[in-house]
Design a protein. Structure first.
Length: 388
């Protein structure tokens, strides 16, 4: 029995997988069980932010494994304290809760928003506005928050208290933002929704209206955060800092971790017993996170992310059958034309030794933030051949 047959015999079929078995990786390249190498333009859906097995990251994680792999959150650890301090410096937010995924971080944000409003105003102010085409996770609550009908099936009844507003539609926002709303939750760039950035005027209106009505702003930066857009937080590109910000994916370089960060307004909303996580702030994840922050919070490093993103856009826009390019930094969506289909391009790219992603009908690129121009050129050459 080969690896794929063995796997499928025991693991639930909840993913549409490619017939590819990866065995190891180094920097921007993955290697399958037959020794074939692949340039990775997906980085585990933006999670391997420093690429595969970055030397500094590996050393930090391995040293932590040797000393303490886990302890419950009844106790303190130095590595979690160090990581929290550095993450606070990088984001400018006062306080945080650690968990294990983006969905969990968003669940925490929802709980904070509702408790903040309950503590201050009592019952009846629990609704949360999210955007059409958004994606916030696959738990029952974050699935309910997700503004895509394609995900709203099978699992009825969904969690109540969510309203959906069209992205960039200010009038729609105004019509649904009333005194029963406690928060507006949004992605600055809708990743799973097609790598679509919000308009500055719409972002400005969210913050203006919310400030007037004491409604919290929640920025889901699970995919856009930790340097992905050329700033540590995507909100920095818009000149905005939300009351609550959620992070995950690239935050620990490939180890499961999520974080929900809060500013002064709601930093102290969660009190003992109101929320928890067995694995949240795991020492190994925090060690990986510290290694990521040493690079991803550096201004010169972030400037390189922006430069690489601009380089990719310039190259891709000259390729055949490309209609448009969206996104920021190293978060890129490629809209195709003339009958070219993103899923087919991604599938064919495997044969050529290139790992790509899709988002809706687009080819999506989320390469490691550390990718070299040499590797970019190799991957872009393969992509151009496939698009001809």
């Amino acid at each position: 029995m080969n690896t794929i047959e063995q796997f499928n015999a025991h693991v639930m079929g909840s993913y549409g997988r490619f017939d590819l078995v990866l065995e190891k990786g180094e920097n921007q390249c993955a290697t399958d069980e037959n020794g074939k190498q692949y340039i990775d333009f997906g980085s585990g859906i933006g999670t391997n932010s420093l690429g595969y097995c970055n030397e500094d990251w590996v050393n930090a994680v391995c040293e932590q494994v040797k000393s303490l792999q886990h302890t419950s959150n009844y106790y303190y650890t130095r590595v979690q304290a160090d990581f929290a301090e550095q993450l606070s410096k990088a984001t400018g937010l006062k306080n945080m809760f650690f968990c294990n995924s983006g969905a969990e971080a968003n669940e925490c944000a929802i709980k904070i928003a509702r408790k903040y409003s309950f503590d201050k105003y009592g019952k009846g102010r629990h609704n949360i506005i999210t955007l059409v085409n958004s994606f916030h996770g696959r738990t029952m609550c974050t699935l309910s928050a997700t503004g895509q009908e394609v995900f709203h099936n099978y699992f009825f009844p969904f969690v109540e208290g969510f309203r959906y507003v069209e992205a960039n539609n200010i009038e729609d926002l105004k019509s649904k933002l009333d005194d029963t709303v406690c928060a507006v939750m949004f992605e600055y760039i809708q990743g799973e929704g097609g790598v679509m950035a919000l308009e500055q005027s719409f972002v400005d209106e969210i913050f203006s209206l919310c400030e007037k009505m004491d409604v919290l702003t929640i920025a889901d930066e699970v995919q856009t955060g930790v340097g992905r857009t050329g700033k540590f937080l995507a909100g920095d590109n818009f000149g905005k800092k939300a009351d609550i910000i959620t992070l995950a994916k690239g935050i620990a370089g490939g180890i499961p971790m999520g974080a929900c960060l809060a500013g002064d307004k709601c930093a102290d909303v969660l009190t003992p017993g109101t929320h928890g996580s067995t694995f949240g702030g795991n020492p190994i994840a925090c060690a990986g996170g510290l290694a990521v922050l040493k690079k991803a919070a550096d201004e010169a490093f972030l400037a390189e992310v922006t430069a690489k993103g601009d380089y990719i856009r310039e190259k891709v826009l000259k390729m055949p059958n490309v209609k448009s390019v969206s996104g920021m930094g190293l978060m890129i969506g490629i809209e195709l034309e003339n009958g070219k289909e993103a899923k087919e391009i991604v599938k064919k790219a495997l044969d050529k030794g290139l790992l790509l992603l899709t988002a809706k009908e687009k080819v999506r690129l989320l390469p490691p933030l550390t990718i070299s121009y040499e590797e970019l050129d190799k991957g872009l050459m393969i992509l151009e051949e496939l698009l001809k």
